[in-house]
Unconditional design. Structure first.
Lengths: 193, 273
């Protein structure tokens, strides 16, 4: 699999994904050169606390992007509470207050679909544990646009619906444990994955 | 079948709206407007780009439908309760005591912020003494505001939010239900001036000292956003307050000499004198 082209990592997760996300963040080194975009289901009315909880484990600061913020290398971005996070042409973020998608705002489908349109074959979409089908259509867009699709192995997920839903409707390139996902992410910039 | 809209098809539709009605949507953020058009297409009989082009030319109601939800918002009353909690101590109380509250809510859209505001002003005993103007490009939206109509989909969250804002309060102190529809107490709306027009085009009946413009600039491209900032600077009186959405950081635009940050967390700005 040609991974030298991968320049963006986009991760979606919901119920049961927190442990996996923090484990991934704890292994990403301070000088990691790619942007990592996280779209995780979270409480809509709670704006503070989640970033801090993730930062406890992360070597890099977590940024909740403002609207129109540029996407930069070596940053970790988290979809803000109660907004959809969309990637715009020109590598900027756009936020929206569209209705919930799959009962969710932020919706993983919208982040994956917009990322796939903009990043095309330069992205890897990673779907972690979750209890609904959000993100499955987005993963299909990632695949259609030439990106790499990875799901957390459902057998180790606390909630397996999300990765299984993605697997049902699109071609998945890799079914990995969290440890394998970490290895993959760490090797991408050095063309070794 | 899933509705689709390529970027070229999107541009054709925007051009067609401009040519047919003189409404320029080119300065709206493309991803959001494209997504919005997809939603409108899915809900209407114009389900593919060819039919949309036909609909725009022949069906003005269809265009009204597009304009009425340009901001695609699905926002509950008292969204961001923390902002509403500091409205009195950090906004209203910082204005000179002798000054009447003059408030403008541009692109009022589904009116969630408008209804939240009048409820607070009523609780503070300030509603009768305040002047409020709401504006929007959409006649449909303004008519709903006039009737006090609330989107039934936001009622449950609004109920929870008002409790987060004030644990002792209850949404139904201000809202009633008629059939499947919900309405805010009309007495809260009677002093409001309703004005049709977009934020850049409107002529205001007074110079506001408070403007609520939350989560609207996210739907503009940077060129229009800067124009809007300039317009708001022109309209708001010196020392007046502009409140934007918590993730609309206008300090990244050219605001030097126009606005200063008043509260960073809630994106509240004070107009320079």
């Amino acid at each position: 699999m040609a991974v030298q082209r991968i320049k963006y990592i986009v991760i979606g997760g919901s119920a049961g994904s927190f442990r996996g996300v923090t484990k991934i963040l704890s292994k990403i080194p301070k000088d990691y050169p790619l942007p990592v975009i996280l779209c995780l289901h979270r409480l809509k009315h709670v704006r503070s606390g989640f970033v801090e909880a993730l930062e406890l484990k992360s070597n890099l600061p977590i940024v909740e992007p403002s609207d129109k913020m540029n996407i930069q290398k070596g940053k970790i971005y988290l979809a803000p509470a109660n907004y959809h996070l969309i990637v715009e042409l020109g590598n900027t973020f756009a936020l929206s207050t569209f209705d919930n998608v799959n009962h969710s705002r932020p919706a993983i489908d919208l982040t994956f679909e917009s990322s796939a349109r903009v990043f095309r074959n330069k992205m890897a979409g990673i779907m972690l544990s979750g209890a609904n089908k959000d993100g499955a259509k987005g993963m299909r867009s990632v695949h259609i646009n030439g990106g790499i699709t990875i799901i957390q192995n459902p057998s180790e997920c606390q909630a397996r619906t999300m990765p299984e839903a993605a697997n049902k409707i699109t071609k998945i390139d890799h079914v990995y444990s969290v440890d394998q996902i970490i290895n993959y992410i760490l090797k991408i910039p050095y063309n070794e994955a | 079948m899933k509705t689709t809209l390529s970027i070229l098809q999107y541009r054709d539709i925007i051009d067609s709206i401009n040519v047919t009605y003189g409404i320029n949507l080119k300065q709206h953020a493309m991803s959001s407007l494209r997504q919005h058009l997809l939603i409108v297409m899915e809900k209407s009989k114009y389900s593919n780009p060819t039919l949309v082009a036909k609909g725009i030319k022949e069906d003005k109601q269809f265009l009204e439908q597009i304009i009425s939800c340009l901001y695609c918002e699905h926002i509950s009353l008292f969204r961001d309760p923390a902002m509403w909690r500091i409205l009195k101590p950090q906004v209203i109380d910082t204005l000179p005591k002798s000054v009447q509250l003059k408030i403008w809510i541009p692109e009022v859209s589904q009116a969630s912020d408008y209804y939240s505001l009048v409820i607070i002003l009523k609780k503070l005993g300030l509603l009768a003494k305040s002047k409020i103007v709401i504006s929007d490009e959409s006649r449909i939206n303004l008519d709903k505001c006039k009737q006090g109509e609330i989107d039934s989909n936001i009622i449950n969250t609004s109920e929870s939010n008002i409790k987060r804002f004030d644990a002792g309060d209850d949404l139904y102190n201000y809202v009633s239900q008629s059939g499947r529809k919900f309405y805010i107490d009309k007495s809260l709306l009677k002093t409001t001036i309703i004005s049709k027009g977009g934020v850049l085009d409107i002529d205001l009946p007074f110079k506001p000292n408070l403007v609520l413009f939350r989560n609207k600039m996210i739907y503009f491209n940077p060129v229009k956003e800067q124009k809007v900032i300039n317009k708001l600077h022109k309209e708001i009186v010196g020392g007046g307050i502009l409140i934007t959405g918590v993730k609309e950081d206008i300090s990244t635009f050219e605001i030097r000499g126009k606005f200063k940050i008043h509260n960073k967390d809630e994106q509240i700005y004070k107009r320079s004198y």
